[in-house]
Design a protein around this ligand. Structure first.
Ligand code: AMP
Ligand code: GLY
Length: 415
């Protein structure tokens, strides 16, 4: 398993339950993952070397190594690896590529225009009679998107990305797109390049403060399933977004193998793709994984071998799962590290604490990142899953712990 976040801890946890998996190594892993290997996610040679020597089936968690071509490299070496090729990863690594792809394949998304000149971008914004979102083209750790309210906001966003280069070369070009006001949900599927099978639905909470206030983060909590995506809507998203994407990628000669994540905005019941990710969501992965009643390893192997259609349908626990992220105060800006975290042994209600920004030091767990832990629990109802999760989250303590108090409430208001 490549990565060090909560997503990778959850996937490692699930894969280690398969009787076909002998050992799960995680590179570089965190304070909660087992069998950590100290090779960074950008050291593709080091990772390939380790995989070769240990006869590994490799699963790539985050987008950066995918965008850097890890899958192509492993394939050339005949190493088994789960994830999309570098070209297919452009769905996430270049927002402009993804928007053009959606446009030419008639996949519903916000109308947009591309700019590399700040002056022209500003003039364009002034000519519009709707609100916009300004996005850096390249990868910016989930932060290269500025949702604007009015022209002044938009002009300052253009300055931030194109002129001040806040996101470096990722902001050499920008997308200015229509702001779609609606309800967001995450729809993730698993594909072998030919067919796509849906994972359970989920909803993230991207803003740092309660009631979706404050700046965007990587995600402060998630729950699954979400009542926002009912069966009828799931069918529409599956057919008109996911299958259309997989078919179009195949027709363009870039078959997509891996997790395909569509960030969906629902406006008046109609789904629009805000973004693609070419990997599991984090923290969506934590509650989704906890509800899986199938051997994930079998599905990963089938994706790599192009045999997904030969597997039985996936089965899911009917319970709800909720994950609340415990972050370091200050995140998504700067935050302290190296605080000792306590309380892990006090969790008795079946909740699982997935680690993200943690490290082990002399048998102690220390904070080591912005998003530190993802406490995840099941419940027969969304309400009881929320209660179970927050009861567990209360047991965990450190001096700079911060969490949102309202994870899952958006879903409750739908039931
Ligand atoms: P992205 O990285 O493209 O998903 O953008 C991050 C967040 O910005 C999304 O999860 C949305 O909350 C918001 N966002 C992105 N594009 C739009 C849009 N066209 N309209 C409204 N909100 C958006
Ligand atoms: N939680 C959103 C993401 O993984 O991009």
């Amino acid at each position: 398993m490549i990565g060090s976040g909560g997503r990778e801890h959850a996937l490692s946890w699930k894969l280690s339950q398969s009787n076909k998996v002998e050992t799960v190594f995680t590179a570089p892993g965190n304070g909660g993952t087992q069998n950590n290997v100290s090779i960074g996610i950008s050291d593709l040679d080091g990772l390939a070397d380790f995989a070769q020597k240990n006869n590994c089936f490799t699963v790539v968690g985050p987008e950066d190594p995918l965008a850097a071509g890890i899958v192509d490299k492993f394939n050339k070496l005949n190493l088994k690896v789960f994830g999309p090729s570098q070209k297919a990863a452009q769905l996430e690594s270049s927002k402009i590529w993804a928007k053009d792809f959606m446009k030419r394949n008639d996949i519903p998304t916000a109308r947009f225009k591309i700019f590399d000149d700040a002056q022209k971008a500003q003039e364009y914004v002034k000519s519009l009679d709707y609100n916009v979102v300004v996005k850096a083209d390249g990868l910016a750790a989930g932060k290269g998107v500025i949702v604007c309210n009015g022209n002044d906001d938009a002009i300052s966003a253009i300055q931030t990305i194109l002129v001040k280069k806040m996101f470096g070369d990722a902001g050499n070009r920008i997308i200015i797109e229509e702001r779609i006001d609606g309800i967001e949900a995450s729809y993730i599927a698993l594909s072998d390049g030919d067919v796509a099978i849906p994972m359970a639905s989920s909803q993230d909470h991207k803003r740092i403060f309660d009631d979706d206030k404050g700046p965007n983060t990587g995600g402060m909590g998630a729950y699954s399933p979400t009542p926002i995506i009912d069966d009828e809507l799931a069918k529409i998203i599956q057919e008109e977004i996911i299958e259309k994407t997989i078919n179009a990628m195949k027709n363009e000669g870039i078959p997509f193998k891996g997790f395909l994540y569509a960030g969906i905005m629902l406006r008046e019941g109609k789904p629009y793709v805000l973004e693609y990710n070419v990997r599991m969501g984090d923290p969506e992965c934590q509650p989704i994984t906890m509800r899986m009643d199938f051997d994930l390893y079998d599905y990963f192997v089938a994706c790599v071998e192009g045999k997904l259609s030969s597997l039985p349908p996936t089965s899911w626990k009917s319970q709800f799962a909720v994950c609340v992220v415990l972050a370091s105060k200050g995140y998504p800006a700067s935050y302290p590290k190296n605080d000792e975290i306590t309380g892990f042994d006090s969790i008795t209600n079946g909740a699982i604490v997935f680690h993200a920004g943690t490290k082990k030091h002399n048998d102690k767990i220390l904070s080591n990142g912005g998003r530190v832990l993802g406490v995840t629990a099941l419940g027969d109802t969304l309400d009881s899953a929320i209660t179970n999760t927050y009861n567990a989250a209360e047991q965990i303590a450190w001096s700079n712990k911060y969490l949102r108090k309202d994870i899952g409430q958006k879903g409750l208001s739908y039931i």
